[in-house]
Structure formats: structure tokens, C-alpha cells
Design a protein around this ligand. Structure first.
Ligand code: MGD
Ligand code: MGD
Ligand code: SF4
Ligand code: MO
Length: 736
């Protein structure tokens, strides 16, 4: 792009969260003069949130790394791409040769999923590494959804999506879409979509230990004790199945396991679970009654339900509830997408694997792999525990596991002891400061964009391609180019000699890039040119001609075509999930009730509209204002501890302690405290000037790497037991 003073307008999709908002970016020459919502985007209709403006800040951020760097005794030095890539491949190869393939681990973070090139070229790089020590943010996030989808529908990404635009009753559990903008529910402008439910006479009910932004606009909000949602869901099923009659609708002839589920729900009456959940039996019955009566109802559960000790049970029981009430694969219920680039039903080479369980186990704790990955909660112990197979080297890509995985302080320590670490990342942060080499990719505005993942998780079938806004500079490399270059070098080292064949292949694939694969996927997809009778379907060219995106219509019932189970039936009662109900019943016995031990409080997380996990605190426009890394506490709990609003408190858990200000509020239920994640900046050796001034503390220095949803291996962040007391240096206000 030549720099001229001419003004121009560029349209693209925001890549920062899952909402896929359309942006209208104005430029004078190569200077961005405004970023606004694209009114002509048929899906987002002009909506954006404050983070969209940060795309410019990120692009211009002086702290963003623009060339590879090597850590030396006297600090970081600039190195050429060839040197950095050669050295990385050489070190990985040497360590794998000496200590075995599994001595090298990889951790992939969340922004990979928002990056076209990484989705397309990351998996083959990982396969080329040939290690069983693969980790990602999946196991601190949505792993239970994927496990349950695999067990019930035969593919880990056949995740049902709430049909928010047509439902008349939406039961939101453990999600706060008004802050997060929706997750596993790509729905730009979720506020308007929730309001629309109410305007057409429907209801929105939120179940959450905190009165969230979403709860505030809902018709009703129900407090629930963290970690007990599976009990509540069983009680809803009890009312629907034992006291009422199941009605799985058009799926009735295709569903197995209904009797098993009904038998499981028999004992879990609303009265039996109320002492544990804190939700009165009549409230449960009221929700069940309204859910059953609504013409189109959906239960939707996200982070708060996945990252708890019964995360898989929760996501399973949600699917069961939606199914037995006739709302699965039904308008206004929980539906399945038919994305233009189909990673589930399309050609195998362009898709994501169906899933797998337990093909290998983690060395120390013996936890099973899922979909080729081990739980991130074991990453540190696999580095710290001596013996054969110990992890000695790590590759991170778009991840900050020191701040985002449980017991981050332990991982922080473990990273310091690695023989080699390389990070593909634009920032020198809490994780990458331990790397020997950092390989920074281009900024999001320097790459093209298509949401392979989020179109597949959206509440409408749409497709949109955005070209790069800026041409990368001579030292710019795309994530996919870094993956491909490393893969080529590793394969060459393994062969022991350069081979013309592999060089030609590397050059050919480099020339193709993500665009050609995208075009192929679009053509072969359900809306593609290949299957269209008049050959009028989608191609990349068609998408280039539609810069605001293409609307492909509302979700349609399609499960029976998309189902990937071997017997082509829905398995309502997969054996591992059925068996796990016993663990639930034992954890919350029929005769018992919740007991508070020695002033213990249960810690949960929270998200704020202006945060994005750990990595956008270097944008001053987003961090200004009142400090957000505070511990929310109910007035009764504060009074008991002699704490006034704003007092510094020390929070301790089994694994660590942090100090933050307390924020006394009725918005959390008694016995529960809430701290956001993604903070804990300002550490030595990082290069994040703005974030350092808004450092906060990391909740994951409190969360426990031993607390898991044992079925999936997902981290159980929610409900971490903690003690809270006035910070040592602070003088406490005496209790009234
Ligand atoms: N602004 C912003 N947007 C984001 C992100 C961000 O960091 N900031 N992150 C993005 C990512 S990676 C994701 S995965 C999504 C997450 O999207 P959401 O899941 O919508 O996000 P959270 O705000 O974490 O919502 C979880 C809710 O669960 C509640 N909760 C905690 N424990 C329990 C429990 O035991 N039971 C119940 N019922 N509720 C519980 C919490 O109080 C919280 O309100 O957001 C995405 N969008
Ligand atoms: N206690 C608690 N912990 C949590 C959560 C919680 O709710 N509570 N939420 C969890 C969830 S849902 C998630 S998804 C994880 C996130 O966990 P991670 O993915 O490990 O962490 P992020 O904070 O998203 O960090 C993203 C990293 O990617 C880099 N980056 C950004 N864009 C790009 C890019 O285009 N290419 C490359 N190569 N790098 C890029 C950033 O600089 C940063 O280092 O955190 C989890 N941790
Ligand atoms: S809601 Fe998400 S996609 Fe939309 S502008 Fe904000 S960060 Fe971007
Ligand atoms: Mo996430």
C-alpha cells in the first residue's frame, strides 16, 4: 500500500472476541482516522464495543514487538528471522533427539482461534512436532462442551448454539454475555438480542452467584452457590421427566438413553438439591414450568458452568434438558450451524478431528488426553517432576499461561527452569519473558481474516472475509508463515539433509497461503459453488465482492444430517457421564447441606467489557478509570472481617496469596467473592508499560492446579476455597 494522503474506507471483522462485529475503518493515507461499527454488516448491524478502537492502539503500540528477539545475559537483542527460526528448529530437534519427542511441549492460546492462518497451519505444525505434550487454552475454557459434543453427537465441534433470535425463554447459566459479548454463541449486540426476547413476550432468566450486567437486564436472576449447577439441572430434569412427560419432538426416534436419564433424575428432587445450591425448590419448579410452557426455550451455560468440578456434567445436562423438552435442533431452542467453511461436515483434510479420549495419559498424574491434548493444569508438574519424559522445552503460541492457567505462580517458576523456550507472540509479557527467543507475528490489521471457528458457533449462518488493511513491513511474518517455516526446518533436520522435494513443497504451500485453502473450503461447503445447482454458491471471490459479509439465513434444523456418531443416533446417556453422577451425589449427599468451614469463602472470576483475558491491558483507553482488579464481597462477609469498601485485603488459598482492594457490594451472594482474571502485570522483565501501571494481581495465583473437572481434565476455577483478611500493612476498619 503506498502512503498517500487520499482518504479511504476499509471494512473488516473485529477479531478480538467471538462476536464478529463488522468494522468501518476510515484512513487518511496510512493513518487510521476512525473506527466505527459497520451499519451495513447484516449480522452486527453497526454494533461494536470499546475494544474495537483498540485495534488501532495495538497496531501502533510501541511495546508491540516488530522483529524477532533473543534473550542474552545482557538483555534482549534483535535477531534476523533466519537466525531465529534456524536456532529454534535446531534447539527443538536437539532436545527431542536427546530426550525423546515428548520432551518438547506446546501451548496454544486463545487468539489462535481468532486467526485464519493459525487455524489452518497450526495443526500441521503441531503434528510435525510429534509430541504428546500438547496443551491449549481449551482445557481452561470450553473443553467440557467439546467432550460432551463428542460423546453425544460424535464430533467435538457439534456444539449446540442457542437460537437467541427466536427463543421465548432463555435460561442463562454461568455466562455474562453483556460483558463477554457471548461465547459459543457468536451474537453481535447481544443486549439488543436479549431485549428482543422480552419484547416478543419471552423471558430471560440468569443463574449466577453474582448479579451480573446480564442479570440486571434479565426478567429474573437467581443466585446459586458456585459448583452446584449440575444439581440444579438434575432437579429441572426431575420436574420435566419424572413429574412430567418427556417430549423430544422430531428427534424422538433418533435418541437413545432417555430411560437412563429419567432414572438418574429420579432422586434429584428440587427439595433434595436446594440445601446445596441455595436455590429454593419453588424457584426451580417455577423455572421448569416456564421452560416447559415456552414455545421455543433454551438453556445456555458457559464459562461459569464449564470451569467447575462438574463442568462436563453441567454441559451434558444442559443438552439433555434442551433435548427432552423438544428444544434441541428446533427453532428457538439449541440449534446447529451450517457454516460456509464446514470444519465438521466438510472434507476431512479441511476439518478438525472428531475428537478422541484417553489415547495417552499425562506422565505424572495420569490424566487422559482429549482430542490430542493434555489438560493445561498438568503443564507445570510435567516440567517440575524429574524422570524420563520430563518436559524440557516449550513452544507457546498466542498464549499467556502464567496468567491464564491454574496455579500460575508454579508455572512461572517451572518456565524459569526449562532448557529452551520459544514464544510466537507480539508481546514480552508474564509468560514470554521466560522465552529464549520471541517470534512476533504481524498485527491483526496486517492480515486477512475469516472466522473459521466463530462462523461455526454463530446464531445465524453468515460468511465474511476481510482483506488485510495494511501490507506487512519487510520484517513482518504471519503466524502461519512462522509455523510453516519452523515445520520445514524441523523436517529437514530430521532427514539430516536438505531435500529438493520438501523445499519445493514448502515453497508451494507458502505461496498458496490460507486464502487458497479458504476458497477451497468455501466451494466445498454447504453453501459452496460446488453443490449449488446453478453454481452460484460461495467462493472467496464472491466474499471479496461483499465486504460487509453475506447473510445465509437463520439456523435450520439439521442435526440428523450433521450427526457424526457411528450409529447416526443421538446418545443422550453416554456411559462416562452417567457414571460421573455418582461423584456428584457423593459430593453433595442427600442428607447434607452446604457448610462454611472456618470463614472460608468461595472465589469466582469475572469479565469486564474493556478487558480481553490477559493481553489488552496495555491499551490506555481500555484500562483508564477506576481500578477493576478488585475483590467483590458481600457486605455481611465484609462486616464479619471488619473490612470497609476499598480496604486492601490478602486472599489466600491452598496454592498462594495475593493482595488487592476489596469492593463491598450486594451484587455477589454471601459466601462468594469475585476477582477478575488476566491481571498480575508489572513483573520484572516484561515490556508492557501501560499494563504495568494497572498491574492488579493474578487470580490464577490462587486457583488450584489440582482442582479439575476430572472427567474432562478442565480446570475448575469456580468455587476455589479462600480466606480473606485485612492486608498486613493496612489498618482494618472495626466491624460495626
Ligand atoms: N470483555 C471481554 N470479553 C470476553 C473475554 C474477556 O476477557 N473480556 N474473554 C472471551 C473468552 S476467551 C471467553 S471464553 C468468553 C467467556 O464468556 P462468558 O462465559 O460469558 O464470560 P464470564 O464473564 O466469564 O461469565 C461467566 C459467569 O459465570 C459466573 N459463575 C462463576 N461460577 C459459577 C458457577 O459455579 N455457577 C454459575 N451458574 N455461574 C458461575 C460468573 O459470575 C460469570 O458471570 O468471553 C470472551 N469475551
Ligand atoms: N481464573 C480464570 N482463568 C482463566 C479464565 C477465567 O475465566 N478465570 N478464562 C480462561 C479462558 S476462557 C481463556 S480463553 C484463557 C486464555 O488464556 P491464554 O490464551 O493463555 O491467554 P490470553 O490472555 O488470551 O493471551 C493471549 C496471548 O496471545 C498474544 N497474541 C494476541 N494476538 C496474537 C496473534 O494474533 N498471534 C500471536 N502469535 N499471539 C497473539 C498476546 O500477546 C498474549 O500473549 O484464559 C483462561 N483463564
Ligand atoms: S464485541 Fe467483540 S467483536 Fe465486537 S467490537 Fe467488541 S471486541 Fe470486537
Ligand atoms: Mo476463552
Amino acid at each position: 500500500m503506498t502512503a498517500s494522503a487520499a482518504s479511504r474506507v476499509h471494512f473488516r471483522t473485529c477479531n478480538l472476541c467471538e462476536a464478529m462485529c463488522g468494522l468501518r475503518i476510515e484512513l487518511e493515507g496510512n493513518r487510521i482516522t476512525s473506527i466505527r461499527g459497520d451499519e451495513e454488516d447484516p449480522f452486527s448491524r453497526g454494533h461494536i464495543c470499546p475494544k474495537a478502537l483498540a485495534l488501532q492502539d495495538l497496531h501502533e503500540d510501541p511495546d508491540r514487538l516488530r522483529h524477532p528477539m533473543r534473550r542474552t545475559a545482557s538483555g534482549w537483542e534483535r535477531v534476523s528471522w533466519d537466525d531465529a527460526l534456524d536456532e529454534t528448529a535446531r534447539r527443538i530437534h536437539a532436545i527431542q533427539t536427546e530426550h525423546g519427542r515428548d520432551a518438547v511441549a506446546a501451548y496454544l492460546g486463545n487468539p489462535n482461534v481468532h486467526n485464519l492462518g493459525s487455524i489452518m497451519f497450526g495443526p500441521q505444525f503441531l503434528r510435525a512436532l510429534r509430541t504428546r505434550n500438547r496443551y491449549s487454552a481449551t482445557s481452561v475454557d470450553q473443553l467440557p462442551h467439546q467432550l460432551v459434543a463428542y460423546l453425544m453427537f460424535g464430533h467435538q465441534l457439534l456444539v449446540p448454539i442457542p437460537d437467541i433470535d427466536r427463543t421465548r425463554y432463555m435460561l442463562v447459566m454461568g455466562a455474562n454475555p453483556l460483558a463477554s459479548n457471548g461465547s459459543l454463541m457468536t451474537a453481535p449486540d447481544v443486549r439488543t438480542r436479549l431485549r428482543a426476547i422480552q419484547q416478543r413476550g419471552g423471558r430471560v432468566v440468569v443463574v449466577d452467584p453474582r448479579r451480573t450486567e446480564t442479570a440486571r437486564i434479565a426478567d429474573s436472576h437467581v443466585f446459586i452457590r458456585p459448583g452446584t449447577d449440575a444439581l440444579l439441572l438434575l432437579a429441572l430434569l426431575h420436574v420435566a421427566l419424572v413429574e412430567g412427560t418427556p417430549r423430544p419432538g422430531h428427534l424422538a426416534a433418533h435418541v437413545d438413553g432417555l430411560d437412563t436419564v429419567r432414572a438418574l433424575a429420579r432422586d434429584f428432587t428440587p427439595e433434595r438439591v436446594a440445601p446445596h445450591t441455595g436455590v429454593p425448590a419453588d424457584v426451580v419448579r417455577g423455572i421448569a414450568r416456564d421452560f416447559l410452557a415456552a414455545e421455543g426455550a433454551v438453556c445456555y451455560g458457559r464459562m461459569g458452568l464449564s470451569t467447575q468440578p462438574f463442568g462436563s456434567l453441567c454441559q451434558w445436562l444442559i443438552n439433555v434438558l434442551n433435548t427432552v423438552t423438544g428444544n434441541l435442533d428446533h427453532e428457538g431452542g439449541a440449534m446447529f450451524t451450517q457454516p460456509a467453511f464446514d470444519i465438521v461436515g466438510g472434507p476431512k483434510a479441511l476439518g478438525i478431528g472428531r475428537g478422541s479420549i484417553g489415547r495417552w495419559k499425562s506422565r505424572v498424574r495420569g490424566l487422559p488426553e482429549f482430542g490430542g491434548e493434555l489438560p493445561s493444569a498438568v503443564l507445570a508438574e510435567e516440567m517440575l517432576t524429574p524422570g524420563d519424559g520430563r518436559i524440557r522445552a516449550l513452544i507457546t503460541s498466542a498464549g499467556n499461561p502464567v496468567l491464564s492457567t491454574p496455579n500460575g505462580a508454579q508455572l512461572d517458576k517451572a518456565l524459569g527452569g526449562l532448557d529452551f523456550m520459544v514464544s510466537i507472540d507480539p508481546y514480552l509479557n508474564e509468560t514470554t519473558r521466560h522465552a529464549h527467543l520471541i517470534l512476533p507475528p504481524v498485527s491483526p490489521l496486517e492480515r486477512s481474516h475469516y472466522d473459521i471457528a466463530f462462523h461455526a458457533l454463530a446464531v445465524r449462518n453468515t460468511a465474511k472475509y476481510s482483506p488485510a488493511l495494511f501490507e506487512p513491513g519487510p520484517d513482518g511474518r504471519h503466524d502461519w508463515q512462522i509455523f510453516l517455516a519452523l515445520q520445514h526446518r524441523l523436517e529437514t533436520l530430521r532427514k539430516g539433509r536438505p531435500s529438493v522435494r520438501s523445499l519445493l513443497k514448502y515453497q508451494a504451500v507458502s505461496r498458496l497461503g490460507p486464502e487458497r485453502v479458504l476458497d477451497l473450503g468455501l466451494r466445498l461447503g454447504p453453501h459452496g459453488a460446488r453443490f449449488h445447482p446453478l453454481k452460484q454458491g460461495l467462493t472467496l471471490k464472491k466474499l471479496r465482492e461483499a465486504p460487509h459479509g453475506v447473510d445465509l439465513g437463520p439456523l435450520k434444523p439439521c442435526l440428523l444430517q450433521r450427526l457424526q456418531t457411528k450409529d447416526r443416533r443421538v446418545n443422550l446417556a453416554p456411559e462416562p457421564l452417567v457414571a460421573d453422577v455418582k461423584r456428584l451425589a457423593e459430593a453433595f449427599p442427600a442428607a447434607g447441606a452446604h457448610e462454611v468451614r472456618d470463614g472460608e469463602l468461595l472465589l469466582i472470576g469475572r469479565r469486564h467489557l474493556r478487558d480481553n483475558n490477559s493481553w489488552m491491558h496495555n491499551v490506555s483507553g481500555l484500562v483508564k478509570g477506576k481500578p477493576r482488579c478488585t475483590l467483590m464481597m458481600h457486605p455481611e462477609d465484609a462486616a464479619r472481617r471488619g473490612l470497609a469498601d476499598g480496604a486492601e485485603v490478602t486472599i489466600t488459598s491452598r496454592v498462594g496469596a495475593v493482595t488487592v482492594p476489596v469492593s463491598v457490594t450486594n451484587d455477589v451472594m454471601p459466601g462468594v467473592v469475585s476477582l477478575p482474571h488476566g491481571y498480575g502485570h508489572g513483573r520484572q522483565g516484561t515490556r508492557l508499560a501501560v499494563a504495568g501501571e494497572h498491574a492488579g494481581a493474578s487470580i490464577n495465583d490462587l486457583t488450584d492446579d489440582k482442582a479439575l473437572d476430572v472427567l474432562s481434565g478442565n480446570a475448575a476455577f469456580s468455587g476455589t476455597p479462600v480466606q480473606v483478611r485485612p492486608a498486613a500493612s493496612a489498618s482494618a476498619t472495626p466491624a460495626a
